[in-house]
Design a protein around this ligand. Structure first.
Ligand code: FES
Ligand code: FES
Length: 178
């Protein structure tokens, strides 16, 4: 009996969510309006750091766990390692460079981190500072649990968190009163 020809296994190619390509985005970064061509899969962290040279936004875990890459998107903290640049069309972005530019005095949050020794190596600091800044910009003082909840999305390998919490409380006291 003649052996039959082998049946080829089906090859499955997962469909792309959308075709890859380039897109024009118009956005505001630290108060400056910019337009740019961005590739579909370009992460916002890479856009900020590599295309715009804003290296104050740090990249740690690259998968949304450590919070080091946090910036403000339309005043809300967001992780740039989980955000695509193309998603930011029309968005106002603030990075840590927007705080106390040039010789401007430190913001209350920056000053509190300095005075409370809320940093050591500083790698996690831009993320903490941006989240804390968003907390100080709320219309009302956030409760203790809200603050703990916001900070729980940030990891620090150095400080033990106590001084970071003190710094955030000091900045909130200055903004809302004790
Ligand atoms: S680098 Fe984005 S959360 Fe860690
Ligand atoms: S100060 Fe070093 S990781 Fe937080």
């Amino acid at each position: 009996m003649t052996p039959s020809a082998p049946v080829p296994l089906p090859v499955r190619t997962p469909p792309l969510a959308e075709p890859s390509g380039w897109h024009r985005v118009a956005l505001t970064v630290n108060g400056e309006r910019i337009t740019a061509e961005v590739e579909s899969r370009l992460l916002l962290s890479d856009f900020l750091r590599d295309r715009l040279g804003l290296t104050g936004t740090h990249v740690g875990c690259e998968h949304g766990v450590c919070g080091a890459c946090t910036v403000l998107l339309d005043d809300e903290p967001a992780r740039t390692c989980l955000t695509l640049a193309v998603q930011c069309d029309g968005v106002a972005i603030r990075t840590v460079e927007s705080l106390a530019p040039d010789d401007a005095p430190l913001t209350p949050v920056q000053r509190a981190f300095h005075e409370c020794h809320g940093m050591q190596c500083g790698f996690c600091t831009p993320g903490f500072v941006m989240t804390a800044t968003a907390l100080t910009e709320l219309p009302e003082r956030p409760g203790t649990e809200d603050v703990a909840d916001a900070l729980s999305g940030h990891l620090c390998r150095c400080t033990g968190y106590r001084n970071i919490r003190r710094a955030v409380c000091q900045a909130l006291d200055e903004r809302f009163g004790e």
